[in-house]
Design a protein around this ligand. Structure first.
Ligand code: FES
Length: 137
């Protein structure tokens, strides 16, 4: 299996690792098949994601995609973050081997789940779907 340089870079030197103690939204997602877990923390001000951190107990591709996802949403609006699909994350990493694409789905789900958590906290209806990973086989 061959990984792009960007994947290796984000795996060996992940950005925004950690927790935000007073996070406005937290999303925890997992993949039942591989058992990997991803936790995403968002700090939100005026609908802009001012900070984003993650903790991933998972494979290298899950770490690289969570790292890239935090970079892609930080400083952006919630609306933009909700448009972030796993394909966008994969493209930003110059691709992932097909068997590892499901790992990037976790990153998309984690961000959306964290936004949904924020919406619930502030009493805003959750008007978007969190697409769960489809089984590939
Ligand atoms: Fe489970 Fe990558 S193998 S997220």
């Amino acid at each position: 299996m061959k990984y792009s340089e960007k994947v290796m870079d984000h795996f060996t030197n992940p950005r925004n690792v950690g927790e935000i103690e007073d996070a406005d939204g937290v999303g925890v997602v997992g993949n039942a098949k591989c058992g990997d877990i991803m936790k995403m923390y968002l700090k939100i001000e005026d609908d802009v994601i001012t900070d984003c951190k993650f903790k991933t107990f998972g494979c290298g591709a899950a770490i690289a995609t969570s790292s890239m996802a935090t970079e892609l949403v930080k400083g952006h609006t919630i609306e933009e973050a909700l448009k972030l699909t796993n394909q966008v994350v994969v493209e930003a990493l110059d691709g992932l081997p097909p068997v590892k694409v499901h790992c990037s789905v976790l990153a998309e789900e984690a961000i959306k789940t964290a936004v949904a958590d924020y919406y619930k906290k502030i009493g805003r209806p959750v008007d978007f779907e969190i697409e769960k990973e489809h089984d590939e086989e």
